[in-house]
Design a protein around this ligand. Structure first.
Ligand code: EPS
Length: 379
């Protein structure tokens, strides 16, 4: 696997800041920093979040890699401060913190238990601070950077919530225009009536001290044919997108196109027949979600991903004390009851990087102008 653009994130949820260093961006691209803030803002809008979202107003600081808004080809360092650090500094200061009060009861479904076993910790806080989905602030940023390159090439990314608990948006053909409605809904639901049912479901779960998960869908329009690879398994666009999506906290699965529903179809029903008219190659359906042989095939790229319900519960499940091994109820912390809309915005952004990497692999990527020209010549 040889990826041009890579990144690393750093940051604990209640530490000083979330940071990202992005390596390998093409030079000479004018980055719109306010658009990065816009994607951070979108991530914070979903219904079902806990008290933390009232504390944080995420804004990015650029520390390297840009000059007069132009990418230099050098590492782009981005930082978002955690406002909540001021309330946690006593416990979370990187140099001198009071670590006497320990979290000792793991939450089923969280990274707590395997995390303390892995590193030999006796305080679950050392795990939960980094396992927290606050990290998606730092993960959305490389995506939000790469999507600006894609948008300059007229490649458009969308996401919406298609299922929350057992409440589903009817699966009918969706037009690109309709997908824009998701941004007007704090549930990211394009159907108002279904959205209100979703809201009630979150409220009921909240009242019961419980949480809910669901399914979001991501769609990408305007990809050229042949991005990715059929030659190497780890260069498949599908592999790279799946890795990116499975890296989002609480995501348990991804399915391209009609996904698992394809299991009950025959080949003659599943595969997307060609439809060539006016010298344009199209398909009669898009069951494959725009990917064949690990490459884009010219149809919109479509996938669903499932997010499990958040594991921190106000009415906790059975657990145990890691010191005494005595059974006790799981640890409780302030929590969200549903983070599905946020996860959908994160997913929509993070996949921009594997797509841009696939474009660079095909058309070159030291200079933005060369990449743009390479793609234009291909068209
Ligand atoms: C999270 C717990 C909550 C969420 C957090 C993810 O934070 P806190 O413990 O401070 O209330 O709000 O998400 C964010 C802070 C964010 O920006 O998305 C967790 O345990 O994963």
């Amino acid at each position: 696997m040889n990826e041009a653009i890579t990144y690393i994130t750093g940051g604990e949820s209640h530490g000083p800041a979330m940071t990202t260093i992005i390596r390998g961006l093409p030079a000479g691209f004018t980055l719109n920093v306010e658009q990065l803030n816009y994607q951070l803002w979108r991530r914070q809008q979903g219904y079902g979040r806990g008290g933390r979202m009232k504390i944080e107003k995420d804004r990015v600081a650029v520390l390297s890699g840009l000059r007069n808004s132009m990418t230099l080809g050098s590492p782009l360092t981005l930082m978002v401060q955690n406002n909540d650090f001021r309330n946690w500094q006593k416990k979370m200061d990187p140099v001198e913190a009071d670590v006497s009060e320990k979290v000792r009861v793991p939450r089923p479904g969280h990274a707590d238990y395997p995390g303390i076993v892995k590193y030999g910790f006796d305080d679950i806080r050392n795990v939960l601070e980094r396992a927290s989905a606050r990290e998606t602030v730092a993960r959305i940023l490389p995506g939000a950077v790469c999507r600006q390159f894609l948008e300059a090439l007229n490649i458009r990314l969308y996401s919406h919530v298609v299922q929350l608990g057992d409440i589903r948006v009817p699966r009918i053909g969706i037009e690109e225009e309709t997908l824009r409605l998701a941004d007007a809904s704090d549930l990211r639901c394009i159907d108002k009536v279904v959205g209100e049912e979703m809201r009630k479901e979150i409220e009921t779960a909240q009242k019961e001290g419980d949480s809910v998960g669901g399914v979001f869908q991501v769609l990408v329009y305007g990809l050229p044919v042949g991005l990715g690879s059929y030659v190497h398994w780890d260069d498949k666009l599908s592999s790279r997108i799946a890795a990116e999506i499975m890296g989002i906290q609480a995501v348990k699965g991804i399915a391209f196109g009609i996904g698992f529903d394809g299991a009950c179809l025959r080949g003659s029903q599943y595969h997307d027949a060609f439809d060539v008219s006016d010298k344009r190659v199209r398909r009669r359906s898009n069951h494959a979600g725009g990917l064949e042989g690990g490459m884009s095939n010219g149809e919109p790229l479509v996938f669903d991903a499932v997010m499990k319900p958040i594991p921190t519960l106000m009415k906790p499940l059975e657990s145990f004390d890691i010191g005494t091994l005595e059974p006790v109820d799981a640890h409780k912390e302030r929590t969200d009851s549903c983070a599905l809309p946020a996860a959908s915005v994160v997913a929509e952004n993070v996949i921009a990087r594997p797509i841009l990497n696939a474009l660079i692999a095909r058309f070159g990527g030291d200079r933005w102008e060369d990449l743009k020209q390479g793609i234009a010549e291909h068209d």
